[in-house]
Write a protein that binds this ligand. Structure first.
Ligand code: ARG
Length: 462
């Protein structure tokens, strides 16, 4: 049997393989609420514009609402022969209300319909990410406040560099999440034009009111070019690009949690609720959730690449290639949502081993820069020379197997005669972080000020 929605000119039905490659219902059924919502808005507009009668519109709307209920309660049978969500819904509408159902598709095409459905879906996801990222920031801020003065080693090249505070480290991720939210919000602004009414590609001769449908569906207005409306997937690309950056941020924190929770570092301990054991090695506590967040980044970056490649060779306007926009995007957006939730859970619940962090921060001559800065500030030494003197002192401490602040004043003076006992006021890790008061620096007071700054802004999308 040929397709009952478009089979008028077809003598025979599709090959099984044709049906399999052509159908999208397996994944686009997820768009059912958007599809039905869009159809209701279109139907109301058709009636208002006098294109269909109010009586037909009422019947169509009731039918659509019934279908929504059927799908929501799992009673709807999706058919692969009907290809996609649009035709599954329309065909069911015909079962329910008869030939009047056929009036719904007036002045519309599946091309503008699918663009609309997917836009509505992505818009919801962007709003959801914003809420999730605000919760993630709130979790980080709570830890930052609690650990404003907790000393940990700051790293470059994953080598101990200078002491920082754990609060400051948490705040670095608050900043990243803030930029992520701003990217999603920016994408949402550009997304928010309604493609419905572009029809197949050229617009329509029916006197449709695109302002009306745009407004009913929460858009700022209708898209301005019908060809662009049905061939544009920038809104998905932008969502995925922003998602890829967010996933990359989460992956970096996940990587840090993996490192910090090893017995070698022992900086943090994940709760049992966010750890797994090994079936053979009873001592193991594995940070699987963090590892999976790190790995899921691949799906998100992959989906962005997938869609860029799908789109890059397409002449205007719609081509069926564009049906391949959904699976990877759904998968990636789901993966990111789960990842944000998992990271929020880990951040809120992990315990911080302050003693281990402090001990690590004190090792590795992490206050050498403070010593050099003292030489510059107190002895007016050029920084390069101070760097050299400090290097000599580090070598001496290393040879003696002690930290810089354990060298005697005499030892120090044998390298630089001008050094006084005042030097010891800058050598401890606490002194070091407390002195980092430059704007954006790690001093505990700065951390607390930054926490309040963020708390005042958290509700607002930056
Ligand atoms: N299932 C299609 C998609 O996801 C809907 C649009 C089909 N349009 C068409 N002219 N065949 O893109």
């Amino acid at each position: 049997m040929s397709n009952k929605m478009w089979g008028g000119r077809f003598g025979e039905g599709p090959d099984k393989i044709m049906e399999e490659i052509n159908a999208s219902i397996g994944f686009d059924q997820r768009l059912f609420a958007q599809d039905i919502g869009g159809s209701k808005a279109h139907c109301a507009m058709l009636a208002k514009a006098g294109i269909i009668t109010q009586a037909d519109a009422a019947e169509i709307t009731q039918g659509l609402e019934k279908i929504l209920g059927e799908i929501e309660s799992g009673k709807f049978t999706f058919s692969r022969a009907l290809e996609d969500i649009h035709m599954n819904v329309e065909s069911r509408l015909a079962d329910l209300i008869g030939p009047t159902a056929g009036r719904l598709h007036t002045g519309r095409s599946r091309n503008d319909q699918v663009a609309l459905d997917f836009k509505l879906y992505v818009r919801d996801v962007l709003d959801h990410f914003d809420e999730q990222l605000a919760a993630f920031q709130a979790a980080l801020l709570a830890r930052a406040e609690e650990h404003a003065a907790t000393i940990m080693p700051g790293f470059t090249h994953l080598q101990s560099a200078q002491p920082v505070t754990f609060g400051h480290h948490c705040l670095a991720y608050v900043e990243m999440a803030g930029r992520d939210r701003s990217r999603f919000s920016d994408a949402r602004k550009r997304l928010n034009e309604c493609p419905l009414g572009a029809a197949a590609l050229a617009g329509t001769s029916f006197p449709i009111d695109r302002e009306m449908t745009a407004k009913a569906l929460g858009f700022d207005g209708p898209t301005r070019n019908s060809l662009d409306s049905v061939s544009d997937r920038d809104f998905v690309l932008e969502a995925l690009a922003a998602a890829a950056i967010t996933a990359t941020h989460l992956s970096r924190l996940a990587e840090e949690i993996v490192i910090w929770s090893t017995p070698h570092f022992n900086f943090v301990r994940l709760t049992d609720s966010f750890s797994t054991g090994s079936s053979i090695m009873p001592q193991k506590r594995n940070p699987d959730a963090a590892e999976l967040v790190r790995a899921k980044t691949g799906r998100v970056v992959g989906a962005l690449t997938t869609l860029l490649i799908v789109m890059k060779g397409l002449p205007l306007a719609y081509s069926k290639d564009m049906q391949e926009d959904k699976e990877a995007a759904f998968d990636a957006l789901d993966a990111l949502s789960l990842s944000i939730a998992a990271m929020t859970g880990m951040v809120s619940s992990l315990s911080v081993n302050e003693a281990a962090m402090r001990a690590a921060a004190s090792r590795g001559f992490s206050t050498a820069t403070d010593l050099a800065d003292w030489l510059v500030q107190k002895l007016n030494m050029p920084f390069r020379q101070a760097h050299h003197v400090t290097g000599t002192l580090v070598a001496m401490a290393e040879k003696k197997g002690v930290d810089l602040d354990a060298l005697s004043l005499e030892d120090m003076q044998s390298v630089e005669a001008g050094i006084t006992k005042d030097i010891f006021t800058v050598l401890g890790v606490d002194n070091s972080v407390r002195s980092r008061t430059s704007f954006g620096g790690t001093a505990p007071d700065n951390v607390l000020a930054s926490v309040s700054w963020w708390k005042a802004r958290l509700g607002k999308n930056t």
